[in-house]
Design a protein around this ligand. Structure first.
Ligand SMILES: NC(=O)c1ccc[n+]([C@@H]2O[C@H](COP(=O)([O-])OP(=O)(O)OC[C@H]3O[C@@H](n4cnc5c(N)ncnc54)[C@H](O)[C@@H]3O)[C@@H](O)[C@H]2O)c1
Length: 256
């Protein structure tokens, strides 16, 4: 019998990553939950005790190249990756510390590259079936959302990287796609979105609500599954309540 798919989810102990781990388990697949935050990992491991046989928890910094390569060597036959580890920073461009800009690029963009490349190498070493990589980008990578010069640049970089990797790795059977979420109700959004920011989203998202992490997870699952998305690669798919589609419109209902 064929091995169950096994999905490495970075940033898997919180928010969008955590919802993706849940969806992977509901699908009957295995997951490797990788995160920098030891406490969140511990809490999540306790909650998921019933699924212990399908899970592995790894404390991992996605910017640590050697640790990531080691993780991919030791985590069994990973068939898919979701790069959800990321940080957000809000600064006006004139006040953005260079060190913060560097840190955002390092984790969001370079970290996603380090993990994707290690996974592609591991999948390549095994030969055979190929795999699927899903990068969690953002609609802030596609438009000039203010105060997000570093964050937006990191996500725009992820979009371009996704297309390059999809092109280079198609012959290896590795598909690479990205999801560009709009505002999603997670601990990151909770920490970063002031009342003014929430009001701004209410004016600019036609569906006038935050998305749920599970609404990102469903698309991630689809993109990971070769049976459902086997001919899709190099795509950036927005899950944003219509934000990126909208031109001028009048918000009629305030449901935020
Ligand atoms: N929440 C939103 O509105 C939103 C919108 C668009 C895109 N995103 C993206 O979705 C992804 C997940 O965000 P979230 O909202 O779930 O945030 P979150 O803060 O709830 O989860 C992010 C996780 O990444 C982990 N992490 C941070 N740095 C790491 C590192 N160096 N190595 C390993 N893990 C690390 C954190 O510990 C945390 O558990 C991010 O890439 C974020 O940019 C979120």
């Amino acid at each position: 019998m064929a091995e169950k798919p096994s999905i490495l989810v970075t940033g898997g102990a919180s928010g969008i990553g955590r919802a993706i781990v849940g969806a992977v388990l509901r699908q009957g697949w295995r997951a490797v939950v990788a995160d920098l935050d030891h406490d969140s990992l511990d809490r999540f491991a306790n909650e998921l005790e019933a699924h212990a046989g399908e899970l592995r928890f790894e404390r991992l910094d996605v910017t640590d190249e050697a640790a990531v390569e080691r993780c991919l060597e030791q985590c069994g036959a990973v068939t898919g990756v979701v790069n959800s580890a990321g940080i957000g920073r809000n600064y006006p461009a004139l006040e953005t510390p260079v060190a913060e800009f560097r840190r955002v690029l390092e984790i969001n963009l370079l970290g996603s590259f380090i993990v994707a490349r290690a996974a592609a190498r591991a999948i390549g070493r095994r030969g055979g079936e190929g795999g699927s990589i899903v990068n969690i980008s953002s609609i802030s990578g596609q438009s000039g959302n203010m105060n997000r010069v570093a964050y937006g640049a990191s996500k725009g970089g992820i979009d371009t990287m996704t297309r390059v990797l999809a092109t280079e790795w198609a012959p290896l059977g590795i598909r690479v796609n990205a999801i560009a979420p709009g505002p999603i109700a997670t601990p990151m959004a909770q920490a970063m979105h002031s009342d003014a920011v929430k009001a701004a989203w209410a004016r600019t998202v036609p569906m006038a609500r935050y998305g749920r992490p599970e609404e990102i997870a469903e698309l991630a699952l689809f993109l990971l599954d070769p049976g459902r998305s086997g001919y899709i690669t190099g795509q950036i798919v927005a899950v944003d309540g219509g934000f990126s589609a909208a031109g001028i419109f009048e918000p009629t209902i305030d449901r935020f």
